[in-house]
Design a protein around this ligand. Sequence first.
Ligand code: ARG
Length: 457
Amino acid sequence: MAQQKKLWGGRFAAPTASSVEAFTASIDVDARLYRHDIAGSIAHVRMLARQRIISAQEGRKIVRGLQSIQKEVERGAFPFSTADEDIHMNIEHRLIEKIGRVGEKLHTARSRNDQVALDLRLYLRDELGAILGALEGLKRELGRAARRYLDVIMPGYTHLQRAQPVLFSHHLLAYVEMLERDRERMRQCQERVDVLPLGSGALAGTTFPIDRAYVAKLLEFARISKNSIDAVSDRDFILEFLSASAVLFVHLSRLAEEMVLWSSEEFGFIELPDRYCTGSSMMPQKKNPDVPELIRGKSGRVFGHLQALLTVMKGLPLAYNRDLQEDKIPLFDTVDTVKACLGMTADLIRELKVNKERMRAAVQDGFTNATEVADYLVGRGLSFRSAHAVTGKVVRFCLDHGKRIEQLSLMELRRFSRRFEKDVFVFLTPEAAVRRRRAPGGTSAANVRRRLRELGV
Ligand code: ARG
C-alpha cells in the first residue's frame, strides 16, 4: 500500500515503518482533545490574521475549515488515521484535504509542542470545572444526609473498636471537611492550569510578530507563560491534578470502605439501595456492595497514574521529549475515574438508609460510656489518671458479670470509689455523652448544626 506523505516528511529518504507508526501513534488516546485542539487553532488563526501574518481571507477560510472538521468529528464522520499520529496531525491533514493549500498556513508560528501543551491546559481547565461541580454535589449530599439523621447516634471507632458515642452526622461531616480541602486543592490547581503556553514554538519562541495576549484573551486564559522552554516541557499542572486526585481518592476510598463495612450483616448500620448492589452468580441470598468496593478499588489506578507520570517526568532533559506523550492516559483516566466515583458516591449517600436502632445498640453494648465515668470522677476531684484506673476496674467487673456500666447499682459502683453519687447515671446515656462534647470541633448537636450552617451544605 502506498504510504501517505507525512506533513513532516521533507527530510526523510524512507517512509516510516508501519510498526513504528503504530508504536508512536497516540490518536486512539488523544482524539478526545479534538474540541480543544480546534478551539486553540481557531484562536491562533484569528491572531495570525489580525497581525497580518496571514491574510484576513486566508484566516476566514481556515477557521471555516476547522469548524466543519469539528462537525465532522461530532457526526462520527471524521476519518481518523494512525498514519497521522495524533489529533493535531489528523486535524491539520484533514484541513489541507478540505480547503487546499491555504490550510498549510495554520501551523505558522506554532509547533506541536506548544499546541499540545495548550490543548492539555484547555482540556484540564474544563474538566476541573466539572470536577469542582461534582465535589460540591457530593458535599451537598453528605450535608443533606447529616441534616436528615441529626438524631442518630453511632459508636465512633478507634482501631475499629467501639470508642465513644458520636452523632452519625458528625461522622459524615468529617468527610465534608476532607472534601472541602480537596476542593481547595483542585481550585488551586485550576489557577496554575490557567496559563497560555501557545507562542512558545518548539522550545525557543518564534520570530513571527505574534500577539500572545490576544490569544490568551480569546481563549480566556488569565496569564501567558513566561519561558518558552518551561512552557513546552513542564507537566507539573498535570502532576498537581493527579496528586490532588490521589488525596481525594484516599478520602473516597475510606468512605467507600465504611459503606461496605456498615452495610455488612455484622454491622447492619446502613442499607444500600438494591439498585446500587449486585447479586452473586452462585449464592442466591447475596446482595453485594460492588459500587463502593469499586470506588475503593479504583483508588489503585489513580495512585498508579500519579506514580506513572512522576516516573515519566523524572530526569527528562529540557525541553520537549516524546516521553511526554505518555501523560495522556494517566490524565484522561484520572479525570474519568474522579468524575465517575464522585457521582456514584453522591448517589450512594443520597439513597442509603440508616438503621438507627442497630447503631444505638452498638453504642450501648460497647462500654462507649467508660470515658464519661472517668470524666465524672474527675469532676468529683480525682486526677484523670486515677479516674481512668478506677473506671478500668469497673469495666473489668462488668465484663466478668455480663453487665453494662449503667446496669450497676450505686452500691456496686461505690465499691470502686466513694466519689460515685446517684447523679452519675445521668452522665451515662449516649445522648449525654454527645451533648456534653461542646468544645469546638466536638460532636455535640449544637456544634454539628453550626458547622452545617458554616459549610452551607
Ligand atoms: N502527540 C504528541 C504528544 O502527545 C504531540 C507533540 C509531538 N511533538 C513532537 N515533537 N513529536 O506529546
